[in-house]
Write a protein that binds this ligand. Structure first.
Ligand SMILES: Cc1ncc(COP(=O)(O)O)c(C=O)c1O
Length: 403
């Protein structure tokens, strides 16, 4: 821990960050010093249970020996080489990712983030179909770059900032099966959707709706893109939420948990689609870098060797069983991407849980508290959450139910 003497001399990082960076982030009221397992240790001596995982990135929690060793060893052996050369570790990461993806998806294009993955998937769709329209789903979030922002619900109205979008976009009301059949036609290059809408509050789309997206896009030769940046890589209880729904999208995008904390993203596509893309049409300097690739390999190995998919399903069942108490009225979502519907603004529950040293997330739905814990979460963590929720008195006024 930093001594009081040193702390008094160094301005607190929050103040220094606020002075030295473009101030776009609201920040939490603590400063992490180190972390281990699912716990964050702060500079002021707190031990906080992290059920938010740094926006769903910390799949293996903190200090996972397999992951940290893989990163350290790869950094020592070969810190970086671009796609100008082939790398054993890149080949291994691509093979392992394809092996756990839906069976139609055999090819991988590595990038650095979720937005970059979606940007490239949308480019592939426009390029290979020659079409100019993309459909997205209301309440979806896909990132902050030009194409990813264009397909994000409400972005153009609120923060988009570009004078125009790169293609025409229409939004299908979520779970409206009839609208899918009305809106998908042969002008549509792609439909992009999150099987479980993360920022929207872990809202899992209905099976019928996802089936309709697959059916209608197939009938019109439009490409179906599953954005699994948040719900992918084991978080759903399967490697990909598409597998839970039993759909084979034409592309899956993934990032966040994929490398457990090292920036990395990927587009997964079929052999057939990949054959339509020519050399030079896509590219990324850092995409597929060896340290990120070593981390991808370590994350997939840990999910397999430590039976983490089963762990996710077990913790989900316990949370559903034990955590509808205190301010929580119901639970939506899948695996360890869960939305706790509250009887008051979720921000109030978030603050109350933080007073109990438990970090959760809010969402775009003001009533929904979001859980995105590490996939290594244990049953004692669920109990801590349940006990803390029980400490927060429910609102007894039933008129709140109508809201
Ligand atoms: C579903 C989804 N897609 C895309 C993104 C964008 O990812 P990134 O912030 O890595 O660009 C996010 C980020 O929250 C996301 O949740």
């Amino acid at each position: 821990m930093v001594s009081t003497e040193i702390q008094n001399k160094i301005p607190e990082p929050r103040a220094r960050e606020a002075a030295a960076t473009i101030p776009v982030y609201g920040q939490l009221p603590f400063v992490p010093e180190r972390a281990s397992g699912c716990d964050i240790f702060t500079t002021d001596g707190r031990r906080i249970l992290d059920l938010y995982g740094g926006h769903a990135v910390a799949a293996l929690g903190y200090g996972h020996p397999g992951l940290t060793r893989a990163i350290a060893e790869q950094s020592e052996r070969l810190l970086f080489q671009s796609n100008a050369v082939a790398l054993e570790v890149r080949a291994q990461a691509a093979e392992m990712l394809a092996a756990v993806a839906p069976k139609n998806l055999d090819r991988v294009f590595f990038v650095n983030s979720g937005a970059e993955a979606n940007e490239n998937a949308l480019r592939i769709a426009c390029m290979t179909t020659g079409r100019k329209k993309v459909l997205a789903i209301t309440h979806g979030f896909h990132g902050r770059t030009a194409a990813a922002g264009a397909v994000t619900w409400n972005a153009v109205e609120s923060w988009y900032g570009f004078p125009r979008t790169p293609f025409d976009v229409e939004f299908i009301p979520r779970n409206d099966v009839a609208a899918v059949h009305d809106m998908v036609d042969t002008d549509v290059a792609a439909i992009i959707f999150e099987p479980v809408q993360g920022l929207a509050g872990a809202f899992d789309l209905s099976q019928e709706f996802v089936d309709a997206l697959r059916q209608a896009s197939g009938a019109c030769d439009s490409l179906l893109i599953a954005d699994e940046v948040q719900c992918g890589m084991g978080r759903s209880g399967q490697f990909f939420a598409s597998l839970v729904y039993g759909v084979e999208p034409d592309m899956i995008t993934v990032a966040k948990s994929i490398a457990g904390g090292i920036p990395c993203g990927a587009v997964l596509a079929s052999d057939e689609l990949s054959a339509k893309i020519k050399k030079g049409q896509l590219g990324s300097t850092f995409g597929g870098g060896p340290v990120a690739m070593a981390a991808v390999v370590a994350v997939i190995e840990a999910i397999r060797n430590e039976d983490l998919l089963q762990n996710v399903r077990q913790r989900e069942a316990e949370i559903r069983e034990q955590c509808i108490r205190g301010p929580v009225r119901s639970i939506q979502g899948m695996g360890l991407l869960l939305g706790l519907k509250c009887d008051r603004p979720a921000s109030e529950v978030h603050a109350a849980l933080l007073d109990h040293d438990i970090l959760t997330g809010t969402s775009a739905d003001p009533a929904v508290l979001r859980l995105l814990p590490p996939l290594v979460m244990q049953c004692e963590h669920v109990k801590r959450l349940a006990d803390a929720l029980a400490d927060i008195a429910p609102i007894t006024d039933t008129s709140q139910d109508q809201k």
